[in-house]
Design a protein around this ligand. Structure first.
Ligand SMILES: [Zn+2]
Ligand SMILES: [Zn+2]
Ligand SMILES: [Zn+2]
Length: 154
């Protein structure tokens, strides 16, 4: 599978990071990453399995797909969208800035997803007001549904 130059840079960055942190990037994990990097929209585990089958002519079981997605999510290379049960590659892997709490702007029309960071101060404020209500937060990630700029101005 051919990646564009910036996509290849993302894969290289992940490989370097795995080499320095000792995370094991098996051939299968690398193939899964390649699919996620090349994807133009977020993928469900089943989308991933069918792409894997189509591209590599090899079967990927649902169990190993979920295991790999969990591994890649935990490592911070991939994000999981809880509201849609889909996965997407982090779009800030080759950035120099620190990774902020990700917020996802999900277009309900074309299903494009934009990953933006939220200012630390704003995030802290949000979390403290949530805590005050006695609610305990599992994940600070925000997933906001709406219309992207393209769909807004067709
Ligand atoms: Zn990210
Ligand atoms: Zn960035
Ligand atoms: Zn859209």
């Amino acid at each position: 599978m051919n990646l564009s130059k910036p996509q290849q840079a993302v894969l290289n960055k992940i490989e370097t990071e795995c080499a320095t942190t000792g995370l094991r990037l098996t051939a299968k994990r690398q193939k899964v990453l390649t699919i996620l990097i090349a994807a133009t929209s977020p993928l469900s585990a089943y989308d991933l399995i069918s792409s894997y089958q189509a591209i590599y002519a090899d079967a990927l079981s649902a169990m190993s797909a979920y295991r790999m997605l969990d591994f890649l999510t935990e490592a911070g290379f991939v994000h999981k969208l809880s509201t849609t049960n889909q996965y997407l590659i982090c779009s800030h892997l080759t950035c120099d800035h620190e990774h902020e709490v990700p917020q996802f702007l999900i277009c309900d029309s074309c299903h494009d997803v934009q990953e933006i960071g939220i200012r630390k101060g704003l995030q802290d404020e949000l979390e403290s007001s949530i805590e005050k209500s006695g609610f305990s937060l599992n994940s600070p990630q925000l997933e906001l549904h709406g219309l992207c700029a393209n769909c807004n101005n067709p």
